[in-house]
Design a protein around this ligand. Structure first.
Ligand SMILES: [Zn+2]
Length: 436
């Protein structure tokens, strides 16, 4: 399944031997997903196109082997393909990822006017590299809650918002390092105070084809508008916003849609919102969403849920740090994943990652079956380790969990970098996990 060999050399534009089509599809997926709500809708759209049926959480679910269904809670999605064996016996094969990325969320009273400008009041969401958002073409995207309880997606066309840098002539201390106060310095401008354009919600309402008077709430975030692009000398890299963790949502989705329909195990894809802010929400990994779906799949027999959990495997898929070209000393010297080198198995002695001998060994075996190489990531002993949905889901449900990810650079920048070579490798690894 390996589409290309890391380190193999190609001339510019000569990418023979490397299948970039799935990388191009990842770019389309990212471009269609400027907000977590859009990502959930794009996942749902692709699932429906692949024959999956949408079920409401309020409905009674009556599932049979071969059924392919999904349900949506907020900006989170759980998709299920029911296997031939009872889940309490065969267990579940679950791929988990997250739909959200660091950004800025629009405040309820967003219409700020100062220094002759109209600004949009926003609040940082997650731990972004905020300086990378300066001088970028930005927009607003997300969902609008309408009178009566429905929601609609909305995104402003063009690139109406901007966070301009301060000229160096007005603050030469920037040479010693840029300090940004999110309350004062990170409020995007979108016009002159003299502009007679309508307000933000009016503009969003007209693009969404709804009446602004019907909007009763919103989940709106800033998004970079530059489309994802091929990058690097041979065009095999992907420069894009929100790769963490849309790239893993995408690979998981490709795997679930691509795996053969006849399967013994029931296969699950869960894409949670709110990972970047700790996952503590109804739709986050610390909430009940996955557990609620598993209890429906397990059935009513008293021990079925516990037996299902005991027989299941969770692959927690969140992007991993490839070694940095000029800052390699920040990596543990013996563990330096490379772009295009395949899935990264993440381990941490202090359980910031949920991988253990058994779950990591199981994942490694699945990759070997698929002919996919495995890289390893551990933090330096003198640096703190990030975390992800794996340990949270494992803690809540007791699932055997392995933390993995595709290698990338510039994590949490507004513009991240990964390799298209890893997309088919991640897909192949996940297909093997869903079968195994
Ligand atoms: Zn992530």
């Amino acid at each position: 399944m390996r589409a290309g060999v890391a380190g193999e050399r190609y001339g510019v534009g000569q990418t023979a031997g490397v299948d970039l089509s799935l990388g191009d599809d990842l770019r389309a997926f990212v471009d269609a997903s400027p907000s977590p709500s859009h990502a959930a809708a794009e996942i749902a759209r692709r699932l429906e196109a692949g024959g999956f049926r949408r079920l409401a959480e309020t409905a009674v679910w009556d599932l049979s082997p071969g059924d392919a269904v999904f349900t949506v809670r907020g900006a989170s999605v759980v998709a299920v393909r029911v296997g031939s064996d009872p889940v309490a016996e065969a267990g579940l094969r679950i791929i988990g990822a997250h739909t959200d990325s660091p950004t800025f969320r629009v405040r309820p009273r967003y219409d700020v006017r100062q220094a002759g400008y109209r600004l949009v009041g926003v609040e940082p969401y997650g731990g972004g590299l905020w300086h990378t958002w300066l001088d970028r073409e930005l927009t607003v995207a997300g969902r609008l809650a309408l009178r009566g309880g429905t929601t609609v997606l909305a995104k402003l066309p063009g690139a109406p918002l901007r966070l301009p840098s301060l000229a160096i002539h007005l603050d030469r201390s920037v040479r010693e390092g840029l300090t940004l106060d999110p309350q004062r310095h990170l409020q995007p401008v979108w016009g002159s105070e003299l502009s007679t354009e309508p307000g933000l919600l009016q503009a969003l309402a007209s693009t969404a084809g709804v009446d602004a008077a019907d909007i009763v709430g919103h989940d709106l975030v800033l998004a970079d508008t530059q489309p994802a692009a091929r990058a690097g000398v041979d065009g095999t890299w992907i420069a894009a916003p929100r790769l963490d963790d849309l790239a893993c949502c995408h690979s998981g989705l490709l795997a679930l849609l691509g795996v053969s329909a006849e399967t013994r195990h029931t296969q699950v894809l869960v894409c949670n919102d709110h990972e970047e802010v700790g996952s503590g929400s109804a739709s986050g990994a610390r909430g009940s969403f996955l557990e609620d779906v598993i209890s429906r799949l397990a059935g009513s027999e008293p021990q079925a849920f516990a037996r299902t959990i005991a027989a299941s495997k969770l692959v927690s898929a969140d992007m991993a740090h490839a070694v940095h070209p000029t800052r390699s000393e920040r990596h543990e010297p013996s563990h330096q994943p490379v772009l295009g080198g395949g899935p990264v198995l993440k381990l941490n002695a202090n359980q910031a990652y949920a991988t253990d001998a058994v779950s990591g060994g199981w994942f490694t075996e699945r990759c070997q079956e698929a002919g996919v190489p495995v890289q390893h990531f551990v933090s330096r002993a003198d640096l703190p380790c990030g975390s992800t949905i794996g340990p949270l889901t494992a803690t809540r449900l007791g699932l055997s969990t392995v933390d993995v990810g595709a290698p990338q650079l510039a994590m949490h920048s507004v513009r991240e970098l990964c390799s298209a070579v890893d997309v088919p490798l991640m897909k192949a690894a996940f297909v093997s996990c869903l079968r195994g």
